[in-house]
Ligand binder design. Structure first.
Ligand code: FMN
Length: 173
């Protein structure tokens, strides 16, 4: 109840980086494995688990690998500035980039792929909102992103579609 009460979007971020433990907990809350059969903290249509979470930090771009719960280094570049047009995106410690992998979505119709991956991303983003509320972190989910430019910078495959991004960090004091 308390986390729901405090859930909100905030757009002012301090310079502190997230500790590895906080980042680990955040990603587990977002879309980690919470059952022995590999199912996750957020639902996905037909359990296809098509949404991948990339973490853009000052130290580079990483892919969250839910099993075994680790980060895979993708690029050494700081891509945070490329994740949006608003000024704060440069200062937030972390941007989560939610990427739908249509290759995992079988023969669903194109409009269903869009709907299911959008809904799936929404569940994940709300998990992040509630985790941030519980930890005193700032966060805001964002659609204002140049998807084509960011996909190019991230070197995504044509089957990978950026759905939304979400800034996370400590509150500005
Ligand atoms: C799909 C979606 C896209 C959004 N895109 C942006 C965005 O690009 N930039 C931004 O600052 N906030 C964005 N927001 C956050 C909303 O502005 C915010 O949720 C709304 O004003 C309500 O405020 P609250 O989250 O504090 O309740 C987005 C929210 C959603 C659900």
């Amino acid at each position: 109840m308390q986390a729901l009460k405090e859930r909100q979007s905030t757009r002012a971020f301090g310079p502190e980086q997230l500790s590895p433990q906080v980042l680990s907990n955040l990603l587990w809350a977002a879309f980690g494995v919470n059952r022995a059969d590999g199912r996750r903290t957020a639902p996905s249509a037909m359990n296809r688990q098509e949404v991948d979470i990339y973490a853009a930090t000052a130290g580079g771009l990483y892919l969250f690998v839910p099993k075994p719960h680790s980060l895979q280094a993708i690029l050494p570049d700081d891509l945070r500035a490329a994740t949006g047009t608003q000024d704060f995106v440069r200062t937030a410690a972390l941007t989560l980039v939610y990427v739908a992998d249509y290759a995992k979505m079988g023969n669903s119709a194109p409009e269903d792929k869009l709907l299911y991956s959008g809904a799936g991303t929404g569940f994940i983003a709300q998990n992040v909102y509630l985790f941030c509320a519980s930890e005193g972190l700032s966060t805001v989910v964002r659609a204002s992103v140049d998807r084509a430019a960011l996909a190019k910078a991230m070197r995504l495959r044509p089957d990978q579609h950026i759905v939304l991004v979400q800034s996370v960090g400590y509150r500005a004091r």
